[in-house]
Write a protein that binds this ligand. Sequence first.
Ligand code: TYD
Length: 235
Amino acid sequence: MEKLYEGKAKIIYSGPEEGTYRVYYKDDATAFNGQKRAQIPGKGEINNRISSELFRYLAEHGIPTHFIRELSGREMLVRQVEIVPLEVIVRNRTAGTFSKRYGVEEGLSLPRPLVEFSLKNDALGDPLIYDEALLGLGLVGEAELGRIKGLALQINALLKDYFAQRNLELIDFKLEFGRLPDGSLVLADEISPDTMRLWEFGSQKKLDKDRFRRDLGGVEEAYREVLRRVIGGAA
Ligand code: TYD
């Protein structure tokens, strides 16, 4: 099958059926806009399994997604979408770029979840973008923007609850959305420890990509632990 696109963590192939893509999850890890690179053995399979499980859970709770089914350990079948060129970030506590940008310590509880947008553009370093600019540049329409924010907050509530039942606190995460041929919006891309921050309640242990970004060690073990809790169900 034809390779259509290779990204930092995944490869997209044409799918076995009309209107589908096959997504292959790689072991490659990158951070800081590709400046830091490594292989995390087993990550591709772990992320495919976690992502598949989370898409299934969200779909069961009424969230439209591009996910169709798992094809193999490292591959999922998804519906073809046109990706909205935005990184949609939801934050429950301060961390990462947000803490740096505003000079606040990490881990502060936010009174309500924040939805933030970055333009998906590696050459520009994925700059933060505000509503007026999104609308002004014609990247989304007003109704679509409202729908993206609404879905992002709904997904946050569902995932927060899901992980809390597994003794993990969802600190922040990144989503991408896509448009189906009829223009309707669906959740796309992936949801995995590469794209969220998860801290264990109590110990505050980080079980996500910050172990790689910050050289904390135990990266593969942390990803495996998240998978174990996802597969194992609610505590
Ligand atoms: P953020 O704090 O904005 O950036 P960084 O991870 O570089 O400190 O990230 C917020 C969350 O979104 C975090 O869980 C990682 C995720 N994220 C991605 O998956 N991809 C991205 O390109 C960005 C900017 C964030």
